[in-house]
Design a protein around this ligand. Structure first.
Ligand SMILES: [Fe+2]
Ligand SMILES: [Fe+2]
Length: 272
């Protein structure tokens, strides 16, 4: 069964390497937590491998797999629905009726209070997986998960709900980051939109700055966007800040001209 599921997931994400990588990270972390607590490893394996199966499906398809109650409940948070859709597809395709597996998958995005251990393991692993934005709080949750699953789950719920509040209020990472660039008065700001055309990122922000401003922006993002920050690469005249779906390139004037990313992206949709 696990092999079959893994094969289907690999096939489904063959054009989404980032998603497959995330899924496998979640799977490995979830299994290692489950082992320590003696939680059913087969259930955890199935739930973790399948949890994002519907993530890249069109919203119309996702909605077809959700009841009208669920659709109206999450009308303002449609990204929650991919969990419900994935659970429904698993139920249909593999005839899996196990409550713990289905609840873990359907509720993996924002969690529920009466979550089973399988669901708690998945929720924590999904939120803290290696490929997601790092934070000290997440590292602590992983450590805690090996000691007390309940305490770790509650902490993960609280931390994630902070992110969701922003999302619920129409938080837009790209808009916020553009505003940061404008506030720092960067030169020649350009924003390229890869939405739906690239599996690795959604936007590129490119601008020219002096070294002092580059450092100031980098520090600002470290403090204010730490939930999104994946990593920063510092080379002379080029600072790359990876905020998961948004990649920021801070160039010196000379390197901007030398690498000429703008020219290479001339066929990409430009939103600024
Ligand atoms: Fe998900
Ligand atoms: Fe996920």
């Amino acid at each position: 069964m696990i092999d079959q599921i893994l094969r289907k997931v690999k096939e489904k994400f063959k054009n989404y390497p980032k998603r497959l990588n995330h899924t496998l990270n979640v799977y490995h972390l979830a299994l290692s937590i489950a082992k320590v607590h003696g939680i059913d490893e087969e259930k955890v394996a199935i739930a973790s491998l399948w949890h994002d199966y519907a993530k890249h499906d069109d919203i119309e398809i996702i909605e077809q797999h959700c009841s009208s109650y669920i659709k109206s409940k999450y009308q303002k948070l449609p990204f929650v629905l991919h969990g419900y859709a994935a659970a429904n597809i698993l139920k249909k395709e593999f005839e899996i009726k196990d409550f713990a597996i289905l609840q873990a998958i359907s509720s993996h995005v924002i969690g529920v209070l009466n979550m089973t251990c399988v669901g708690k393991v998945l929720f924590i692993s999904d939120f803290c997986a290696e490929d997601k934005a790092k934070s000290q709080e997440k590292d602590e949750i992983i450590k805690l998960a090996y000691e007390s699953l309940n305490v770790a789950y509650k902490k993960a719920l609280v931390l994630k709900s902070r992110l969701f509040k922003k999302t619920a209020q129409d938080f837009s990472l790209i808009k916020e980051l553009i505003k940061v660039m404008e506030d720092f008065k960067v030169n020649d700001l350009a924003v390229y939109d890869f939405l739906g055309t690239n599996a690795f990122y959604d936007y590129f922000i490119i601008c020219s700055v002096n070294p002092r401003t580059a450092k100031a922006i980098s520090n600002y993002i470290h403090v204010n966007f730490k939930e999104f920050l994946k990593h920063v690469e510092n080379s002379p005249g080029w600072v790359l800040i990876d905020c998961n779906d948004v990649i920021i390139h801070l160039f010196s004037k000379e390197n901007r001209e030398f690498y000429n990313l703008d020219q290479r992206l001339s066929n990409t949709k430009k939103i600024k």
